[in-house]
Ligand binder design. Structure first.
Ligand code: MSP
Length: 504
């Protein structure tokens, strides 16, 4: 059986989660659900990054210990994963004792192999990025990402010989043109490397809130090294048995562009140093913007995902995020945009189609799905093509492209209703067969939509299947079932409330 391992970044717990965090988690969930539909063995990991400066400072501001702070904050992040209906197989915390062990073991190994050395260092540090910047990176003397003043940090730190990996990294990029997707991000990452890599500091002396360096407990491991290792450590202890051999290398690490360099340069070099295979793909998406700026805790322009989901429902929220903004690019989100798509696409295109179809089968066929036409259907080939498009596009994490192709099919079904006008056919008894064909096609088309849309709007599609008369079994939702004519004639349709009540 094929395997599929997908991850989200582990989120900082210096503040409550916002829509940006929900976004990446939903994307990973869409891929995880799709690969389960393909019959693969899936591992989906998300979690929280709990060490380092921002968390320690947030705790200080609140007058609690870092331990208390992270224990409280993690609750919200776990709730968010559950609220967006994420099917993560594990939720990792970098304060888990087993994670700490893996980090210490990993850097001890690098130290033993001579990849780590001690050096005095001074540099400009952004406490929010947890990264050093050189003068040339600054924007008006400030952090290019957070727009805040940097501190001059002078310490004796342990350094990782990143510069030794420059050629091997470039070779890897050369040999794997789709290592980083989209291609523009691959080029960006490559150019970080060709500009020349300097060794990086992988410990901090002045911080206490972190994982002690095993051979020098006066220092803690740099939070980014600690955090990146979650992708390996999670496999080690999520289940009773170590899952590394089963799932490593990761198939997709998802993230936004802010943390590309850590994932495309530092992480692969660390893995090479320790003798691990590299992840197959990094998918780098854009920012959800509010009022033209990246949503961020530091800027304070955040949208509360819990409030949005409370008001409009989880599936509507999942749908909107990937329909409105092309996955991989930046895009503006707003409540107005949300409401307009909700009404036109979820309430009208999909919800209404389900209600009408079920109502017509109820009225004209005694709620039992009519038999398929005897001489095949024009839908057979287009559904085969659509299914292949879905598999190919999600194979590249092209979530928005996939959704668009399924939506074209939803629209085609709506046109079919209008053009064939079953209510007219129903008045002419000699056209009974035509009527039954159309109703069969609508039910069959909706069944296929439900399968193909399942990763995006899971609860709604399960409900659509129920209304079309299918038992609540995952086998019904496997991709293999998205073939024209696999539906069961005679299945009993069930009416219900609108799936997406219109918003006024
Ligand atoms: N803790 C690090 C990641 C370590 S991974 C080994 C971190 N945490 S974070 O809380 O800042 O989360 C960053 C990630 O959250 C982004 O890479 C992205 O996946 C998601 N997003 C945060 N804000 C976002 C937007 N405004 N838009 C899209 N994604 C956003 O970095």
């Amino acid at each position: 059986m094929d395997k599929f391992y997908v991850t989200t970044p582990i989120y900082y717990v210096n503040d409550v989660p916002h829509i940006g965090h929900a976004y990446t988690t939903i994307a990973a969930d869409i891929l995880a659900r799709h690969h389960r539909q393909l019959g693969e063995d899936v591992f989906f990991l998300t979690g929280t990054d709990e060490h380092g400066n921002p968390a320690a400072r947030a705790a200080e501001r609140r007058g609690v210990t870092p331990e208390q702070h992270v224990d409280e904050m993690v609750v919200k992040f776990r709730e968010l994963a559950a609220a967006v209906d994420a099917t993560n197989d594990f939720f990792i915390r970098t304060t888990d004792s087993q994670h700490v062990e893996v980090v210490q073991e990993f850097i001890q190994k690098l130290h033993d192999r001579g990849d780590i050395y001690l050096k005095s260092y001074s540099g400009l540090y952004c406490g929010s990025c947890e990264a050093f910047y050189s003068e040339k990176d600054l924007v008006e003397g400030k952090c290019p990402d957070h727009g805040i003043e940097l501190e001059l940090v002078e310490e004796e730190n342990y350094f990782f010989r990143l510069s030794d990996y420059q050629d091997r990294l470039l070779d890897h990029f050369e040999a794997h043109p789709d290592f980083v997707i989209p291609a523009t991000r691959q080029n960006e990452a490559r150019s970080f490397i060709t500009q020349g890599l300097e060794d990086i500091s992988i410990s901090r002396a002045a911080l206490e809130w972190g994982i002690p360096v095993p051979w020098d407990p006066g220092q803690v491991v740099y939070v980014w090294v600690d955090a990146l290792l979650n992708y390996l450590s999670g496999l080690r202890y999520a289940r009773e048995e170590d899952q590394t051999a089963r799932f490593w290398p990761a198939d997709f690490h998802l993230m936004a562009k802010d943390i590309l360099k850590f994932h495309a340069v530092i992480w692969p070099a660390l893995l090479m140093a320790a003798g691990y295979e590299l992840p197959r793909h990094l998918f780098v998406h854009g920012y959800l913007l509010m009022g033209g700026q990246k949503m961020s805790k530091t800027r304070g322009n955040v949208l509360d995902p819990f409030a949005v989901m409370d008001q409009y429902g989880v599936d509507a929220f999942r749908f909107y995020c990937f329909r409105e903004v092309t996955f991989g690019q930046d895009g503006v989100v707003s409540l107005e945009g949300f409401e307009s798509r909700y009404n036109s696409e979820l309430a009208n295109d999909l919800g209404n189609l389900v209600s009408r179809t079920v109502a017509m089968v109820g009225k004209y066929c005694d709620s039992s799905v009519p038999p398929p036409p005897r001489d095949g259907s024009s839908f057979t080939r287009s559904v085969d093509k659509l299914r292949e498009t879905v598999v190919t596009s999600l194979g590249k994490a092209d979530i928005t492209g996939c959704l668009e192709s399924v939506w074209q099919f939803v629209r085609r079904l709506n046109k079919h209703v209008e053009q064939s006008a079953p209510w007219v056919l129903a008045k002419e008894p000699e056209r009974r067969e035509e009527l039954e064909t159309v109703l069969y096609e609508l039910v069959e088309g909706l069944r296929i939509c439900a399968i193909l849309l399942h990763p995006f709007i899971p609860a709604t599609t399960v409900e659509i299947m129920r209304r079309l008369g299918y038992p609540p079994a995952f086998e019904e939702l496997m991709i293999e079932k998205a073939r024209w004519g696999r539906g069961a004639p005679g299945s009993p349709v069930v009416a219900g409330d609108p799936l997406f009540p219109r918003l006024d």
